[in-house]
Ligand binder design. Structure first.
Ligand code: NAD
Ligand code: IPM
Ligand code: MN
Length: 351
């Protein structure tokens, strides 16, 4: 029997609740499909930061290196500034393990329709390919004239040829396995250094894929397209920040943040990939046991895909679909009255 070693980092807020349900569902899938799961849990979180002054131990990255995958709940909670908590855990893992692809599938599950676009399941099926290692997320810059009238801050974006090209190429390769369409998010009319560079590389790579239809849209127009005509989109590729914003928008058109999974992928497989929901720790509902665990369960299904357990991954997605279609066990964000635990258990039982 194959046994996978998975690092579990529940993290903060609702991350802890949804992680419990995702692990429960993965364990059920492992029993049904005859593989083993060996979980190691790490308490890396804002709570740990409050006690020790750091989000994770100094050798945290080295510890994770040995695992087949990482499943992360959510990071960040009031009390620790977001730039401290996220740059003390989430972002270092993405970078150390060269998880330069942030893959965010957007699917409207059968039985539901998009409140925003009014479209049904067959018309809404795209994937956001977000650059996950550079771009607008940069430590370069700083504060000047602190405390004086001329105070200002500068922050520089970094777009490397290697970084831009590999993410765009990933998007085109992915499109070849789907509907052969790639849309690039740009803003070259306003952001005059980085975005024309991005567009130039997009055009170069697109020329190598004559079988894939390519277009680019300014991020503002793309946001509108996503709400009004998501059926025109297949693979959407964007920079770190653009991909981040578009993925919450995409979640919103498919039922909310509680529905959207994501994978931080190291495509070469040299390092573990990390799976998590698109959403955060939701301090506004934390501790109430009502968070929707579907996004995290679907993130765990992406992890199973990546581990090579495709049938188990499909079965998990099928179980989620069955439970949602039955409409009996739904959390408040989906219009029901169920708890996180009840929805997670219903999915595990449907397996
Ligand atoms: P958020 O995603 O945590 O919450 C936004 C809204 O969506 C809230 O109203 C929340 O209640 C709702 N929501 C989110 N997930 C839900 C779920 N599963 N079920 C039901 N409702 C859900 O975004 P935020 O409030 O901007 O961020 C809160 C904290 O999380 C911040 O510290 C932020 O930096 C962090 N964050 C972490 C990650 C991550 O770990 N990957 C992602 C996003 C935000
Ligand atoms: C996400 C989150 C993170 C990001 C934050 C918390 C740093 O919003 O994973 O989408 O922007 O990458
Ligand atoms: Mn985000």
């Amino acid at each position: 029997m194959t046994t996978y070693r998975v690092a579990s980092i529940p993290g903060d807020g609702i991350g802890v609740d949804v992680q419990r349900e995702a692990c429960k569902v993965v364990d059920a899938a492992a029993r049904r499909f005859g593989f083993g799961l060996e979980w190691s849990e790490f308490d890396w979180s804002c709570e740990r930061h409050a006690e020790t002054g750091s989000m994770m131990p100094a050798d945290g990255i080295d510890t994770l290196r040995a695992f087949d995958a990482v499943l992360l709940g959510a990071v960040g909670f009031p009390g620790v500034p977001d730039h401290v908590s996220l740059w003390g855990l989430l972002i270092p893992v993405r970078r150390a393990f060269e998880q330069y692809v942030n893959l965010r599938p957007v699917r409207l599950l059968p039985g539901t329709s998009s409140v925003l676009s009014g479209r049904g399941a067959d018309e809404l099926e795209m994937v956001i390919v977000r650059e996950n290692s550079e771009g607008e997320y940069s430590e370069l810059g700083g504060r000047h004239n602190a405390g004086r009238p001329g105070e200002f801050v500068l922050q520089e974006s970094v777009f490397t040829r290697v970084g831009v090209e590999r993410i765009i190429r990933y998007a085109f390769e992915l499109a070849r396995t789907r509907q052969h369409r790639v849309c690039s998010a740009t803003k070259s009319n306003g952001i005059i250094h980085t975005m024309p560079f991005w567009d130039e590389i997009f055009a170069e790579v697109a020329a190598e894929y004559p079988d894939v239809e390519s277009e680019q849209l300014h991020i503002d127009a793309l946001a509108a397209r996503m709400v009004q005509r998501p059926d025109l989109l297949d693979v959407v590729v964007g920079s770190n920040l653009f991909g981040d914003i578009l993925s919450d928008l995409a979640a919103a058109i498919t039922g909310g943040l509680g529905m959207a999974p994501s994978g931080n992928i190291n495509p070469e497989g040299a390092f573990p990939s990390m799976f998590e929901a698109v959403h955060g720790s939701a301090p506004d509902i934390a501790g109430r046991g009502i968070a929707n665990p579907v996004a995290q369960i679907l993130a765990a299904a992406m992890m199973l895909d990546q581990l090579g357990e495709k049938a188990a991954a499909e079965a998990v997605r099928g179980a989620v679909q069955t439970v949602l279609e039955a409409s009996e066990v739904l959390t408040p964000d989906l219009g029901g009255g169920a708890t996180t635990e009840q929805l997670g258990s219903a999915v595990a039982a449907a397996l």
